[in-house]
Design a protein around this ligand. Sequence first.
Ligand code: NAP
Length: 253
Amino acid sequence: MAALDGRVALVTGAARGIGAAVAGRLAADGAAVVVLDLDEAAGKPTVAAIEAAGGRAIAVGADVTDAAQVTAAADRAAQEFGSLDILVNNAGVTRDNLLFKLSEQDWDTVIGVHLKGAFLASKAAQKHMVAQKYGKIVNLSSVSALGNRGQANYSAAKMGLQGFTRTLAIELGPFGVNVNAVAPGFIVTEMTAATAERLGITPDELAARSAEITPVRRVGQPADIASTIAFLVSDESSFITGQTIYVDGGRKL
Ligand code: NAP
């Protein structure tokens, strides 16, 4: 029997990057997966890959900052697959700029997607989890939570998610719900490719520079995050809650 047989997972921002890898890994471990992204069509390739590997998944279009859409997505997971056991708050955006150039809109967008999005999705999911006295929530933080030039908005959101994680762990622990965060370092995705573009270098150059100053001498791949999350949502980690695990090859900043 696979670790997540019979479980149902909702992964936000799962059309690509880390979210797609997490969705694929949880499905490979036996979970039925709701692949949530802004655009339902964008989630279809993730679903197709899961189905091709023998797993079960559906794509759902929803904006995590919209309470009605997120609640409908969580309820749909339970209707389609019979429960909602696992939530991975992964949807994310960056709007980098130095403080004096950072617009109010870019502040609101980043805080909105990461913090309000995780709040709304967790609130929608906990209804199912508390009722069944079982659940696992994982929030995507970042090494940028510790401070990163040009990312005041993103850094604040990612450190905010660590406090959010600890508080939900306290509130939901008595109901059988574990809540943890994963804080990735440099992971090769479109998000880091966009960072390279802003710096005027290629994604490969940025990855090479990052690898050089990372103790394990490589950058991370989405699968590195997916395997950590697979552990945190399994029953192997049921005494771990309220934690933030840095998955960064040993490089904090
Ligand atoms: P990515 O490749 O940019 O993927 C993010 C996904 O989230 C996209 O599919 C995006 O959809 C979706 N999304 C954005 N806003 C959304 C919303 N309002 N509602 C629903 N979906 C939304 O990013 P990634 O690199 O895989 O990062 C995933 C998570 O890990 C993020 O929370 C990120 O902050 C965190 N993280 C990443 C790294 C890294 O090095 N890559 C490091 C630390 C933390 P669209 O394509 O339609 O915008």
